[in-house]
Design a binder for this molecule. Structure first.
Ligand code: AMP
Ligand code: ZN
Length: 486
């Protein structure tokens, strides 16, 4: 390893490159090289689906791995709590904006936790950054890059921006011949074919209801893209290290973020807004992007209700390389469950062995001293999780073999667990929840006993199936029924 660096694919340069901090001398409070990292967070208009969470788990992996490699990461994830879709839903719900978004924000954080994601250090809400958003638009206006439209909205002029020597189309290739100067898009979401000036500030319209703020341009609300530029630069400074999101955000959202942030001219000359852009590939269903609009989605809570655990879902979401799409299936999730069970079983055996000798007499060599080095080699290679999992499963196999052969002392087992803990600071799987069944499951098991007593075997079987669907098996023993995780 030596002083090797993780290698990461950067959408901006379109190549895998060594990860070097933007400010090599900057240190965090713990003395580690300081890194600023921003991930576009959820739009809180509904529950997130596991496609969204693939991206958030990916961001969590990047943060954890950079921390594991000794960097001090300042992790920012915004909460988009005002944009087109939210306004529509708020109107339908009859609630206030804050009541409406507050509910989904809390549920989002719960889902994030059940998937084992570390809480970002900052979770800024767009609605709480209005002065900074307005100041940024004013800066663009002063530089002649933003202009007012007849309705009082403010737009970003791509022509003026390019005229200042700035490059539009840094993350994607764009066809400017197809663009008509001054043509505008009011919606936050649009495609490359509608390359046009985009809205920074949207003048209030009746459909906005109570959702508006005062500004130098009259009442209105910000566009989605400017929110992220303002929040990221306020918290991390005008230039920072890493910006992430799903691949669909590269255009227009991230391209527009670059244009707004660099167009404001707030960076030290020669420094970019963001050094490394990382985009996670989509989670698919039968070859199509999992999305709300197609209706082909599962939420985290859907899967928990089916008896899967957050750890199992996390294992699945981390099974593929971040730049590769993959299809979600329940069979795939069952596969992740089986893989995790193999790891858990091995760890349980190691713990049992350690428990036999409460304080290991000496620090022993772990059974696979190369485990951590192999893991680093895999992950340094553009976060190659497939290789990293292969390293883990080789280790599980070797450890199981050594355990079966009685070759491991409690001290060996303790050392092996210590090594696993280092890897798990990145995988974030944690330990399996206790096998004690929750009250709801015990109640079902009791109902089954009662049904059997009443000779209602059909009902007893139906309850057994229900338990199975929730991830539990029931074994009838001499001492009564025994519940086990399936
Ligand atoms: P949203 O809440 O719609 O703003 O999306 C939050 C994040 O989820 C963004 O980074 C999107 O790029 C990402 N995302 C949306 N759909 C998928 C998907 N099917 N697979 C992976 N990421 C997704
Ligand atoms: Zn964003």
């Amino acid at each position: 390893m030596g002083d090797s660096r993780p290698q990461l694919f950067n959408t901006l340069t379109r190549r895998v490159e060594p990860f070097e901090p933007l400010f090599p001398d900057a240190r965090d409070a713990a003395g580690r090289p300081a890194i600023g990292m921003y991930c576009c967070g959820p739009t809180v208009y509904d529950f997130g689906h596991i496609g969204n969470f693939r991206t958030f788990v990916f961001a969590d992996l990047v943060r954890r791995y950079l921390e594991f490699r000794g960097f001090g990461v300042n992790h920012v994830m915004n909460i988009t709590d005002v944009e087109d879709k939210i306004i529509r839903r708020v109107r339908e719900s009859g609630k206030t904006l804050r009541e409406f978004t507050g509910h989904y924000e809390a549920e989002f954080l719960r889902d994030l936790e059940s998937l084992g994601c570390l809480r970002p250090h900052h979770l800024p809400r767009a609605t709480e950054f209005m002065p900074q958003i307005i100041a940024l638009i004013e800066k663009l206006e002063q530089r002649g890059i933003a202009y007012r439209a007849a309705d009082g909205s403010v737009y970003f002029s791509i022509e003026k921006y390019r005229g200042c020597g700035c490059r539009y189309g840094q993350l994607v290739n764009l066809n400017f011949d197809a663009m008509r100067v001054g043509e505008r898009v009011a919606n936050d979401e649009y495609d490359k074919e509608s390359l046009a000036d985009f809205a920074l500030w949207k003048a209030r319209v009746p459909d906005d209801g109570d959702v508006f703020w005062d500004s130098p341009w009259g009442q209105g609300r910000p566009g989605w893209h400017i929110e992220c530029s303002a929040m990221s630069m306020t918290i991390l400074g005008p230039s920072f290290d890493v910006h992430l999101g799903g691949e669909d955000l590269a255009f227009p959202h991230h391209e527009d973020e670059i244009a707004q942030s660099e167009g404001a001219g707030v960076q030290t000359p020669g420094r970019p807004f963001v050094k490394h852009w990382l985009h996670g590939a989509h989670l698919l269903v039968e070859g199509k992007k999992m999305s709300k609009s197609l209706g082909n989605y599962f939420t985290v809570r859907d899967l928990l209700a089916k008896g899967y655990t957050g750890r199992e879902v996390r294992t699945l979401l981390l099974s593929a390389h971040f730049r590769e799409t993959f299809n979600f299936t329940l069979a795939g999730l069952d596969g992740a469950r089986a893989q995790l069970a193999r790891i858990d079983e091995c760890l349980a055996k190691l713990r049992e062995l350690v428990a036999q000798a409460p304080s290991p007499e000496s620090v022993a060599q772990a059974p696979s001293p190369e485990l951590v080095a192999d893991f680093i080699a895999a992950m340094d290679d553009d976060l190659n999780v497939s290789k990293a999992w292969a390293v883990v499963f080789d280790w599980v196999r070797d450890t199981n073999r050594a355990l079966a052969d009685g070759q491991l002392s409690p001290a060996h087992a303790a050392a092996a667990l210590g090594e696993w803990a280092r890897l798990d600071s990145v995988f974030g799987l944690g330990t399996k929840a206790s096998d004690e069944a929750p009250a709801e499951i015990v109640a079902l098991a009791n109902d089954r006993v009662a049904a059997k007593k009443a000779k209602d075997f059909a009902r007893a079987d139906a309850i057994r199936n229900e338990l199975k669907a929730k991830g539990w098996t029931v074994e009838d023993t001499a001492k009564g029924p025994k519940l086990k995780r399936a």
